[in-house]
Design a protein around this ligand. Structure first.
Ligand code: SAM
Length: 233
């Protein structure tokens, strides 16, 4: 079972993780998701988790100690842990990364706020032999916090775990997983369902033909065309 822990100052932001396929996956025992309030690791009356940045500048930086206290409470020295620090300055998340994370046993997501987390948190855990650190961004833009980014990664990762999707065949021909003639990664072909004629628009003839070879050929060509189009933009 994949264990996922998410640390945030807004635990309620992560409540959608209980819904839909992910909620069912937890009920089935395929994945366990625990949300932790970073402020539970503070000792002062204001439950402060931030301070002014060394070197000056606008905004506040999240202090290292509450993060370390939260991470230490969740882990032990035997645990193989992948610590995912959400940051717009990280490596860009993609399907390949989701596949890697889906094969791990314990993922911890650190959701930053303010100007981010004191850089020594990542440095400290990188020095521990049972930890692997991933600084991950979900795209070239800046969010207010890491919670939405954590949910994106968790959803893309957990749907790859066997048993999470009702029909595992759904994973076979998806965008970013299918490859073209030269092994390039493609997006999916367009999909259609009933009725065959809708508001004057017809489903492509080949999809109604029952000829599986022709359908597969058409879909591959469409996937290649769409991918080329995207790469041009
Ligand atoms: N000062 C930071 C910078 O310029 O790189 C931005 C901090 S942002 C306002 C606050 C938090 O939101 C970050 O610590 C991170 O956890 C999260 N965040 C913002 N954009 C993100 C992105 N594109 N991917 C992942 N996390 C992001």
């Amino acid at each position: 079972m994949l264990q996922i822990d998410v640390i945030s100052i807004f635990p309620e932001y992560l409540s959608p993780l209980k819904l839909s396929l992910l909620g069912k996956a937890q009920d089935k025992g395929l994945v366990s998701i625990n949300i932790h309030d970073l402020r539970d690791q503070t000792n002062d009356v204001h439950k402060s988790v931030d301070d002014t940045p060394y070197g000056g500048g606008a905004g506040m930086v999240m202090t290292a100690e509450p993060w370390a206290a939260a991470i230490d409470q969740i882990t032990n020295d035997q645990d193989e842990v992948d610590l995912i620090i959400l940051t717009p300055a990280g490596e860009k998340f993609n399907q390949k990364m989701a596949e890697t994370f889906a094969n791990k046993s314990h993922l911890i997501f650190a959701c930053g706020r303010y100007e981010g987390i004191d850089a020594r948190v990542g440095e400290y855990y990188a020095g521990k032999s049972n930890f692997k650190i991933h600084q991950v961004s979900i795209g070239d833009y800046v969010l207010g916090g890491g919670e939405v980014a954590a949910m994106v990664i968790i959803e893309a990762t957990t749907r790859l775990i066997p048993g999470v999707l009702g029909n595992p065949d759904s994973l076979k021909e998806e965008s970013h997983s299918i490859t073209g003639a030269n092994d390039e990664v493609l997006v999916e072909y367009p999909n259609y369902t009933k009725p065959a004629s809708w508001r004057g628009l017809e489903v492509p003839e080949v999809l109604l033909s029952g000829n599986h070879g022709e359908i597969a050929k058409w879909r591959k060509a469409q996937a290649e065309r769409r991918t080329q189009q995207l790469n041009k933009e």
